[in-house]
Write a protein that binds this ligand. Structure first.
Ligand code: R5P
Length: 294
């Protein structure tokens, strides 16, 4: 354990709660920051004390995404003045969905964001359930993606659901659903979702799924943004006369009235992690992050 004490953990308001938990588990010093937002929207960050040793900056990039991105980059560049080793924990990595050119002419902004972290001085990146492994490949420094699935499963095991079935709202999430289901010791299926790349509209193309009848459902996704995917999946499953529906994800952005729409579609509870703090973030990811750091 003596190696662990050489870290200093820096947190700013977007992730300070999680940063404190990480610092405590690493038995390391925690340093907070003062954030001032000028009338024109610029952020000014001041570190409360000087960091020492290896530094861990913990900062999610959720809305306001661009402001949080600049804030974490500013913290990394400041940390680099005090240490040659700057680990950056980005619990929720914004821009990860822009990992490739889907339509001609689209900018792969994830690639630029990854370069910015290197230029700012990051020496190692740790993310949680990043949207795609391709997004991680844009970084030119060592990276690690850790998963919160084990922590979410622990939560669901305590609920004693009725003959539960794990469901992915789309085929892209089938591996996630499979891992979740294996850890739960239950079955899984994946729905066929289609999203219009121009309008963002979501439809479920799946036919009937008689196996969902009377079973409690755990709808698993990496993230919930507008709630469109979960709403369509829940409506589809309700038509098949399933039992209660629980929606779970690592990152609950819950943009606008997403939470209300999800509940209206028949979802009993939304369970997410503290990569994005909020009403639904009941599961702590600090244990898996600390394991990756140490
Ligand atoms: C898509 O590939 C992702 O895994 C999520 O399903 C999606 O980003 C969720 O977005 P929304 O809540 O807006 O449907």
């Amino acid at each position: 354990m003596s190696l662990l004490v050489s870290f200093t953990v820096i947190g700013e308001s977007s992730s300070d709660h999680l940063a404190r938990k990480i610092a405590s588990k690493l038995k390391s010093k925690y340093i907070g920051c003062e954030l001032r937002v000028f009338p024109d929207g610029e952020s000014k960050i001041t570190l409360k004390t000087k960091p020492k040793g290896k530094i861990v900056v913990v900062h999610s990039v959720y809305p306001p995404v661009d402001s949080n991105l600049v804030r974490v980059l500013a913290l990394v560049s400041q940390a680099k003045k005090y240490s040659s080793e700057v680990y950056v924990v980005i619990p929720y990595m914004g821009y990860a969905r822009q990992d490739r050119e889907f339509l001609p002419g689209e900018v792969v902004t994830m690639s630029l964001v990854a370069k910015m972290f290197k230029v700012a001085g990051a020496t190692r990146i740790i993310v949680v359930d990043i949207h795609s492994i391709l997004a991680l490949k844009h970084f030119q420094i060592p990276t690690k993606n850790v998963t919160a699935i084990g922590e979410l499963v622990k939560y669901f095991k305590r609920l004693h659901l009725k003959y539960p079935l794990v469901v992915s709202p789309d085929m892209g999430g089938v591996e996630r659903a499979k891992n979740f289901a294996n850890m739960m010791g239950v079955d899984y299926i994946a729905l066929e979702k289609h999203r219009d790349r121009k309008t963002g509209e979501v439809i479920i193309k799946s036919k009937n799924h008689y196996e969902v009848r009377n079973r409690d459902i755990i709808l698993v996704d990496d993230m919930i943004s507008t709630g469109g995917s979960i709403v369509k999946a829940a409506e589809h499953l309700k038509k098949q006369k399933c039992g209660k529906i629980y929606a779970t994800c690592t990152h609950a952005l819950l943009i606008g009235d997403a939470e209300r729409k999800i509940r209206k579609s028949g979802v009993t509870r939304i369970v997410s992690t503290n990569t994005i703090p909020g009403k639904t973030s009941m599961v702590d990811v600090s244990p898996v992050i600390v394991k990756a750091i140490s």
